[in-house]
Design a protein around this ligand. Structure first.
Ligand code: ADP
Ligand code: MG
Length: 376
């Protein structure tokens, strides 16, 4: 039997982390998780991001050992852990509901995992003190969960999941029940906590902002499959599919036909309008379909005089304006390409914007990126 509490005792010295290999899970006819391959590095904050029903919880439950995969394998530091029961995997788990024991004090809740592991009394007291310090609840030890705010209860749940020194911490939408302001505070605390304890965090959320702001890497899931894996910046700057480009941030989708290709640029046509795009690694031939995603903030409003110098330019009528504080979101209807969404700086564009007004807008050669149109 592998001793998951002390992998180095059996000669595992390489920092391999957690490997998910071709994991699938069927519920009858329905495939909730399909062929997931993923390497989660030691100490990494990895977020699984996807819409509701995309298979995130199912995947986390398989990693935790509460659900059996239909096919595939999970390795930790090169050893399969598939046959290990949840408690033998030594992974901590925090769920969406805080799942604290309501009749137990904060101290009793936090010490519970060590009590069931039959730790020594003075060692338990010492560890609970450490954990209370870690989550900054030292003066709350004797309170009951109902005497705490939602954010404090969630920190108790975190302390309880960390007290037995787990190899990996699995968190399933742990901030889902908190209001927006509190959520953002606890996000910051959680990030600090991750840095302090240096453990591997696998974090599940459907909230893209949360994923981008907290994680080292993000895995985008849809329909049970991994769509794309990357750093927050990579995913925002270079989403590979239409789904990813719309799930992380907003995008205008342009569907054109390639008319000219050379090593520097691609010329494509939508309707009867020509556009240009920086050449990419993909090979395009004349008359191929090309799909591009264009971020609203990469489009600028131009005056007619300047407009003649711009490469990609369109004229449209403003149909909606949403003031967002530092920026303004503008919906524009064009005859040539349909509806567009632009996001422009509020301080310099306020006067020119008015519903019904005609505006010209433009984007540069390298502003859009080529995406694929696949199911996920
Ligand atoms: N025990 C189950 N039996 C049947 N279908 C299930 C079961 N658990 C989850 N599912 C289905 O699997 C899909 C993925 O669920 P889940 O992993 O909970 O998604 P997420 O956490 O991303 O919202 C959903 O369509 C859900 O209805
Ligand atoms: Mg879920």
């Amino acid at each position: 039997m592998i001793d998951m509490k002390n992998p180095s005792a059996i000669g595992i010295t390489n920092n391999n982390g957690l490997r998910l290999k071709s994991l699938s899970k069927n519920f009858g006819e329905f495939t909730a998780v399909e062929d997931v391959n993923l390497h989660i590095k030691r100490g990494e904050f990895l977020t699984i991001l996807g819409p509701s029903g995309s298979g995130k919880t199912t995947l986390l439950m398989i990693i935790a050992g509460f659900l059996e995969a239909t096919t595939g394998d999970i390795e930790f530091d090169g050893f399969s852990i598939m046959s290990l029961r949840p408690e033998k995997r030594n992974f901590g788990m925090v769920f969406q509901g805080y799942a604290l024991f309501p009749h137990m004090t904060v101290r009793q809740n936090i010490s519970y995992p060590l009590e069931v592991r039959k730790g020594a009394r003075d060692e338990i007291v010492r560890r609970v003190d450490e954990m209370l310090e870690l989550v900054q609840l030292h003066s709350f030890g004797d309170r009951l969960p109902r005497q705490l705010s939602g954010g404090q209860q969630q920190r108790v749940a975190l302390a309880r999941a960390l007290i037995f020194d787990p190899l990996v911490l699995l968190l399933d939408e742990p901030l889902g029940a908190l209001d927006k302001k509190l959520r953002s505070d606890v996000q910051t605390q959680l990030k600090h906590l991750h840095r302090k304890v240096g453990k591997t965090f696998v974090y599940v959320t459907h909230d893209q902002e949360e994923a981008l702001s907290m994680s080292d890497r993000v895995v985008i899931m849809n329909h049970g499959r991994v769509v794309q894996v990357g750093s927050p910046q990579e995913l925002y700057e270079r989403p590979s599919t239409i789904f990813a480009s719309k799930f992380i941030g907003k995008s205008n989708i342009l569907r054109g036909v390639v008319k000219q290709v050379d090593e520097n640029e691609i010329v494509y046509i939508i309707g009867d309008k020509y556009f240009q795009q920086l050449a990419s690694n993909e090979n395009f031939s004349i008359n191929d379909e090309i799909i591009l995603a264009l971020r609203p903030e990469k489009i600028k409003i131009v005056s007619c005089k300047v407009a003649s110098n711009e490469v990609n330019i369109l004229v449209g009528r403003v149909i909606d304006i949403t003031y967002l504080g530092s920026t303004i979101s503008v919906n524009v209807e064009t005859d040539a390409v349909g509806e567009f969404i632009l996001e422009v700086q509020a301080w310099c564009n306020q006067e020119t914007l008015e519903k019904g007004r005609e505006i010209s807008f433009a984007w540069s050669l390298d502003a859009a990126f080529i995406v694929k149109d696949i199911k996920s």
